[in-house]
Every structure is written in structure tokens, then in C-alpha cells.
Design a protein around this ligand. Structure first.
Ligand SMILES: NC(=O)c1ccc[n+]([C@@H]2O[C@H](COP(=O)([O-])OP(=O)(O)OC[C@H]3O[C@@H](n4cnc5c(N)ncnc54)[C@H](O)[C@@H]3O)[C@@H](O)[C@H]2O)c1
Length: 379
């Protein structure tokens, strides 16, 4: 079988740069021989020549630079992968679309919805394929939950409850630079976006209205030998209504002391319920009383590592669990499948359209929190 080979041009050498680089290599090895593509780590751009060179040597990129325009000028780069901090997602990605590169861009697609819309428009105009990295869609237990909901397994859906707790900002003494969401764009952009995408993906519904609340608990932090004012959101909460008629509630915290990174979702329907938690990512909990005999009625713990569970035909024998990283591997393999076979990235993968709609929803929640009232969502 002839394989199409795709050269990767990576912008950003931080920890997510490492995740994606390992992801392409792992996808190449694990999805072979089923895949109809091959992939080459072609060119990497760091914030200095030394950083780019070191990263290239470590992960096996053929070339490196300190100017992202070099990735666009490289004719062997077919896929431009942007893993820089949120504010740098916009302009290089738009330039990549104009240069005719297919694009992988980390979430949030952009902090401002208007920027995300420009990115979507440019990618569509260029006719390139685009992926926004909502990687949890590609964890086996999450995909199984998606399939159960798609097939009506929970009946009429009443409610989605989601929490994403982290604790990096809990200590007031931690300097601003060491708290990722203070140095970055707040917990709304960093982890709230994952919750919004997860609910849309699992329910298959649009969000129609929101009522938000947000909080910065530590408004001053040490910074570079002094103290500075902080306005990055540390607590982000919202009630939601969905087009299918169900309600939702989400809580996002960067100061949830003792919660390292706990992302959990629960969905309640007329015929049953589902529960998933990233702290135990292979397990999907399901309550479906009509499928059980009366005296053993209760929650069923599904270890999603059987060969017929999503993605598990290409991974390890049953019981040999996967982790967070595998969501990225499965997601990148899906994108390369779509390139090689001319298939749509959506609805299983998130595109720039999803990235734009999530940005609009986050913006509406923030506005709702400022105005203290429920607001409709429009795109
Ligand atoms: N999908 C997920 O689960 C997930 C998880 C964590 C982070 N993220 C997202 O991934 C992105 C990257 O996050 P990160 O934590 O790896 O950030 P990071 O700060 O660790 O790394 C970013 C890298 O970009 C480089 N960089 C900055 N400006 C540059 C420039 N002009 N040219 C070249 N390189 C430049 C920095 O030197 C750094 O190496 C963010 O958008 C973040 O929100 C996604």
C-alpha cells in the first residue's frame, strides 16, 4: 500500500511541544499497518536558535530555526503544528493557512472569539484541514461515553455536570510566573475550554444560554522580586442551557487545594447516567437500571481496555491501561488519517469551527459574569 508522507513543522518547544512530537512518532508506530500515511518530524522552531537545535536533536527533527516563517517556507512541511502560548496562536496560524499548510493548533484556538473567527475563515478560504486540540475526545472511555449517548443509551438527557480542578495557585505565596494560568490566560481559557468542548462533544448539542460567575482570589502575587496586581481568573463557574433541552453546571478552579488535575463529568438521563474522571481515565462508570437484574442494581465500572473498545484495537492487550498522553496520540493519528484519506476532521475531531464556537461561549460566560445576568449564546 502506498503511504502519503506528511512533514511536520512544530512551533514551540515547551512541554506540549514534547507531547506532540512523541505523539506523531507514537501514532506512526502504533497505527501502522492500518494507517495509509507516514509522518516525518521535519522542522522545529524554538524561541532561540539553541532551543530549536536542542529540541531537534532530542526528538529527531531534520531542521530547526528560531523564526516561525522558516516553517512556512519549508516545502517539506505539510502540517504546521502550533504549540506556543495562547496569544501566539493567531498570527502564525493565519500565515500557515495562507501558505497552504494543514494546521494543528492547541486550545484555546484564540483568547478572543474575533481572532478565532479570523483563523477559521482563513483556514476555510485556503481549503486546508484544521484541528483544534481538544484531545480528551480521543480517550477511549470518553469516546465510549460519546457512542453510548449518540445511540440514545441514556434516554432523554437532563443534566451535564462538569468540574475541572487544579491547585497550582492555592498558595498565595507562589509567584505569578509559577502559576500557569496567571502567567497565561486564566483558568477559563486553560481548562474551562476543555469542559465546554467536552459537553458539546458528548451531548451533541449546542449551548444556547449561559449564566456565569468568575473570581480572582489572589489579586496580588510576588513577581520578579516585587509584587504585582493579578486579574487572571482563578475560579470560573457557569450554568448552561443546551439546544436539546438539558441543563448544565460547570466549575473550574485553579485553587482547589489538593486536586492536582481532576477533570470529571457526569451526565444524567431518563434511562441512566454516566460518569468519567481523568484521575482514573480508563474507567467509565455507567448506571443503566433496566439492563440489570433488580437485586444487583448499581453502577457498572467499565474498564475501557477491551479490544472492541474505542482505539483499543491498536493498543495493548486488555487490562493494560492507557493514560492522558494517549488521547493526543489518537487525536494526531485521526488528523493524519483525515489528510491521507480526504476525510472530514469533524465531528469526531474538533476543528477551528469548534475552537471558534468555544471561544464565543467562553466570551459570553465572561460577559454574563460581568453583567450578572443570563445571556444567550450566538456565533
Ligand atoms: N490539550 C491539552 O491538554 C493542553 C495541555 C496543556 C497546554 N495546552 C496548550 O498548549 C499550548 C502550549 O502550552 P505549553 O504549556 O507547552 O507552553 P510552554 O510555555 O511550556 O511552551 C511554549 C513554548 O513556546 C515557545 N515560544 C514562545 N514564543 C515563541 C516564538 N515567538 N517563537 C518560537 N517559540 C516560541 C516558548 O519558548 C516555549 O518553549 C498552550 O496554548 C496551552 O493552552 C494544551
Amino acid at each position: 500500500m502506498e503511504r502519503k508522507k506528511f512533514g511536520i513543522g512544530l512551533l514551540g518547544t515547551g512541554w506540549m511541544g514534547r507531547v506532540h512530537s512523541r505523539g506523531y512518532e507514537s501514532a506512526r508506530e502504533m497505527f501502522w499497518p492500518k494507517s495509509r500515511w507516514d509522518v516525518e518530524l521535519r522542522n522545529v522552531c524554538g524561541s532561540s536558535p539553541g532551543k530549536g537545535r536542542d529540541f531537534a536533536e532530542r526528538f529527531g527533527y531534520k531542521a530547526s530555526s528560531a523564526d516561525w516563517h522558516d516553517l512556512l517556507a519549508d516545502g517539506d512541511v505539510a502540517v504546521f503544528d502550533n504549540v506556543t502560548p495562547d496569544p501566539l496562536h493567531v498570527e502564525p496560524t493565519i500565515a500557515a493557512a495562507r501558505a497552504g499548510k494543514h494546521i494543528v493548533c492547541e486550545k484555546p484556538l484564540a483568547v478572543k472569539a474575533s481572532d478565532a473567527k479570523r483563523m477559521l475563515n482563513e483556514a476555510e478560504r485556503a481549503g486546508v484541514k484544521h484541528l483544534c486540540c481538544f484531545s480528551y475526545r480521543f480517550m477511549p472511555a470518553v469516546r465510549l461515553a460519546h457512542n453510548i449517548l449518540r445511540d440514545g443509551g441514556l434516554g432523554k438527557i437532563y443534566h451535564f455536570a462538569g468540574t475541572y480542578y487544579q491547585d497550582q495557585g492555592s498558595f498565595e505565596e507562589t509567584p505569578a510566573e509559577q502559576v500557569w494560568y496567571v502567567a497565561g490566560s486564566g483558568v477559563d481559557q486553560g481548562i474551562g475550554t476543555h469542559l465546554i468542548d467536552m459537553s458539546r462533544f458528548l451531548l451533541g448539542d449546542d449551548i444556547t444560554s449561559v449564566f456565569g460567575m468568575k473570581k480572582t482570589y489572589n489579586t496580588r502575587r510576588d513577581s520578579r522580586g516585587g509584587v504585582r496586581d493579578i486579574d487572571a481568573t482563578e475560579g470560573f463557574f457557569t450554568m448552561l442551557e443546551y439546544s436539546g433541552g438539558c441543563t448544565g453546571m460547570m466549575q473550574c478552579l485553579g485553587v482547589a487545594n489538593g486536586k492536582q488535575s481532576e477533570f470529571s463529568v457526569e451526565i444524567f438521563g431518563s434511562r441512566g447516567s454516566l460518569r468519567w474522571d481523568m484521575a482514573d481515565p480508563n474507567i467509565l462508570w455507567m448506571y443503566q437500571p433496566e439492563t440489570l437484574t433488580k437485586n444487583v442494581r448499581g453502577w457498572v465500572k467499565i474498564n475501557c481496555t477491551e479490544p472492541d473498545h474505542p482505539f483499543m484495537d491498536i493498543w495493548w492487550p486488555k487490562g493494560h491501561v492507557l493514560g492522558w498522553e494517549h488521547g493526543h496520540v489518537n487525536m494526531l493519528a485521526h488528523f493524519l488519517d483525515c489528510l491521507a484519506e480526504g476525510r472530514d476532521v469533524s465531528p469526531l475531531g474538533a476543528t477551528f469551527k469548534d475552537g471558534y464556537e468555544v471561544a464565543s461561549i467562553i466570551e459570553t460566560i465572561n460577559r454574563s459574569a460581568e453583567e450578572g445576568r443570563k445571556l444567550p449564546v450566538s456565533y
